[in-house]
Design a protein around this ligand. Sequence first.
Ligand code: PLP
Length: 371
Amino acid sequence: MKFEQFELERNQSLFENEVDFNLSESGVHPLKLSEILTEEEQKEILNTELFYGYTNGTPELRQRVAELYGKQFSKQNVLITSGSAEANFLSVMTQLDSGDEIIYMVPNYLQIFHLARSFGIKVNILPIRQELGWQWDPDELEDMINVKTKMIAICNPNNPTGSVMSSEIMDKVITLAEDRNCWLLSDEVYRGAELDGLECRSFAGATEKTIVNAGLSKAYSLPGLRMGWSVGSESYIEKAWSFHDFTVINVAYLSDWVASRILEHSRRKAILDRTKNHLNHNLNMLLKWGEDFPELTFSRPDAAAITFAKLNLPIGCEDFIFHLRDHYSVLLTAGKWHGLEGYIRFGYGTPTDYVRDGLERVTQYLKKFSE
Ligand SMILES: Cc1ncc(COP(=O)(O)O)c(C=O)c1O
C-alpha cells in the first residue's frame, strides 16, 4: 500500500515549532491543567496509578460523552479514541473497502481524503461553495450519489472555512443518506466553538449508519490530551473498538481521567464560554486588520478558530505561504492543502498579542506587493 502524503499535517509539523508566529494552528490556545483542575484534583492526579484503564474508555467518560448527544445515547454508543484523528481513521478502516466510493466535502482537513485514496477508495469531491455561504448544493449531492457510494463524509463546522451547515441542508443530506443506504460520517471536532455560543446541530443519531467523530482538541483547547471519540450505533462502536485494539489499545489513562472532569456540565460550559469570548475578540481584530488589504478577501466564519481568505494576487497560495514562512517567520496554511487553490487559512485562536504581532509581519510582506 502506498500512502499519500498528508500535506497539511506534514507542513505544519515540520515548521509549527520553528517559526516566530504559528498562525497555522486551528484550535484555541491550549489550557494548562492548573487552570482547569481544582487543587484537590491536581493532588489526586499526582497520586493516580498509571494503569491501562479501559481500552474503549472509562465508563464514566463514555457516559459523559453520550450525554452530550442526547438521551437516546448511552455509553454503549461511545468509543474513546486517540484524538478525532484516530476516530476518523477507524471509520474509514472499518466501513470502506478498495473499490468503494465516497462523497467528500471540500475544502476540508483532507485526512479522510488522503487516507481513503491510499486504501484504493474513490473519493468524489463535492465542493461547499463560497457563493452559497460555504454550503453544499443538495441537488449536486443527489446527482453525485451512485450505487458504489458507501459514505458521505462531512466536516461540520467546517475546517477551513468555519461554516456551519444549515439545518435545512442537513435534513436533505440525512434523507439522501437514508434513501441510498450510505454511511454518514460527520467530523464535528469544531462543534462547541461557534462564535454565537450556540452549539450547532449534530448529525449524531440521524440514521442507523451515522458516525460522529469529535474530541477535545479544538473548542475545548486541550489538543495535548489527545482525546477523541466516536458516537454511533452499538454495532459500529463494537467494530471500531475491535480495530482500535490494533491502533493504540487505549488512550492514556490520565487523559481519560482529565477528560471526565472537563465534561462536567459547569466546567465544560466555562471552557466553551472562554472559547467563544476569545474567538470573537480575535476575529474582530483579524477582520479589521484585513480591511486594509485588498490582496485578501475575508468572510466571517460561523465557528472555529480559523477563517479562509481568498488571495487576490498573481501568486500560488503555496508560494505565498512558503515565502511568508521563510522570510517573515509566520506560518499559515495553503488552500491547496485543504483542496482549494487560491485561498489562505488564518488561525486566530492563539493569544491576542501573538496574533496581532504575527499579522504585523504579514503586513510587512503584503506591502511588498504594492511597492
Ligand atoms: C477537521 C479535523 N478533524 C480532525 C482533526 C484531528 O484532531 P485531533 O486528533 O487532535 O482531535 C483535525 C485537526 O486539525 C481537524 O481539523
